[in-house]
Design a protein around this ligand. Structure first.
Ligand code: SF4
Length: 120
């Protein structure tokens, strides 16, 4: 089993899940973050870290979010690993808890991902 990042993350991308992951399973895209199912050890530590409640175990996904299993796996092969939390996206408050954001998902690589890192 794996944990999966779902629709609520799109356009918000807080990345507060990243620091706690023991196996560096998160990969960063332009306006979304995904979990690599080949790295995830199913510890569940990241789930309560997400303020958007975007992370769920794959066996508890509803029908709307079920396709995010495949999407996380595919995008994790394309996007770079993220090792430290970065700033959320600028309009995260506007997009928080908005439903059905999949059409806004940017599949490319985030070449501008070098935002300031939060002080630890
Ligand atoms: Fe990382 Fe654990 Fe979350 Fe999997 S469930 S992505 S191993 S923190």
């Amino acid at each position: 089993m794996t944990y999966v990042v779902t629709d609520n993350c799109i356009q918000c991308r807080h990345t507060s899940c990243v620091d706690i992951c023991p196996v560096d399973a998160f990969h960063l895209g332009p306006n979304f973050i995904v979990i690599n199912p080949e790295e995830c050890v199913d510890c569940g530590l990241c789930l309560p870290e997400c303020p958007e409640e975007a992370i769920q175990p794959e066996n508890q996904l509803n029908d709307v979010n079920h396709h995010f299993i495949q999407l996380n796996a595919e995008l994790a092969k394309r996007w770079p690993v993220i090792l430290q939390r970065i700033e959320p996206l600028p309009e995260h408050e506007k997009w928080s808890r908005q439903p059905n954001k999949l059409a806004l998902l940017q599949h490319g690589v985030d070449h501008g991902a070098a935002q300031p890192i939060f002080p630890s």
